[in-house]
Design a protein around this ligand. Sequence first.
Ligand code: MRU
Length: 360
Amino acid sequence: MQLNLPVAVRWAADGRAVELLDQTLLPGREVYLRLETATDVAEAIRSLRVRGAPAIGVAAALGLALEAARHTAAPRDEFLRAFDAAYAELRRARPTAVNLAWAVDHLRRIADSLGAADNGTIACRLYGAATQILDDDIAMCRRMGEHGAALLPEGTVRALTVCNAGALATSGMGTALAPLYHAAAQGRAIEVYACETRPLLQGSRITAWELARAGLPCTVVIDSAAPLLLRDGAIDIVFTGADRIAANGDVANKVGTYSLAVHAARAGVPFYVVAPATTLDPHTATGAGIEIEHRDADEVRRGFGALTAPADTAVYAPAFDVTPAELITGIVTDSGVLRAPYAGGIERAAAALHGAEATR
Ligand code: MRU
């Protein structure tokens, strides 16, 4: 079948802006934003107009390159001040997905290595490097799709996923959804069960929309019912994405992932995490070292504008959780499928892309 996948992040045709599909408006409206400054891109990342670990890394890289290009005619000290400020603002926009930190650090290292080169040369190199990050992400998604599709059982496949780890979370065909897209494109029968993913509903608003557009059947599952599907033998395989994977294979991903892993293990259903090398963090030893973002309490108390809890109630709303490596059947990366023990394998898979610079 022919897949019709949306594009989350791209350069504007004139190369002077970043274009993002505003995911806060889905599934109701499909609106592309034209962002011309790093501050605008940082705001879009903070407010989840663009979201998903690879996509925010790509958007941040494009935003930082854009800011350098905007200041090429400025005196050197002003050019450097603008670059430093944009780097810092983008890097702190969201803390958990390592892709974002890696992408802006990668550009920073390139800028630093160019020393006395003129502003235009630096801006040009940064534009090229950001474009390379975008292109590499597309290629890595494709390879994850191929590696992950080889894990699918025979016959019709019923796959469970959480959040959105599809095209809208990357600049390509996604991470967790890539194996399913790859298999569907080859004529396999694929049925996707998408956890709704409270409180911001990335599963029901974004994944269900993306799958419908791509032409794959999707059932939205209320989060608390996913364990029942696993228990009742209604799911063949679980695929999730990741925001950061520690050196020992512990995985930070959208909150709810841990619960799925526990119930998949209890039910004997294979549980795979799918993530590119840019999500591997060999410098963080275990999941305990991963900073978990907590979102504003009003995302729970005033869900999409309506009062959904007493206005001043306390709220516990981590955006991510950590799934211990022991619950993970395998980690599908762009270079192949890693299995326990992950120590060593994560480092090698990260080094294959980043070389000595790795993630920090
Ligand atoms: O808060 P979000 O929507 O950015 O969270 C995204 C996720 O948790 C995804 O599952 C993860 O980034 C992997 S996406 C390829």
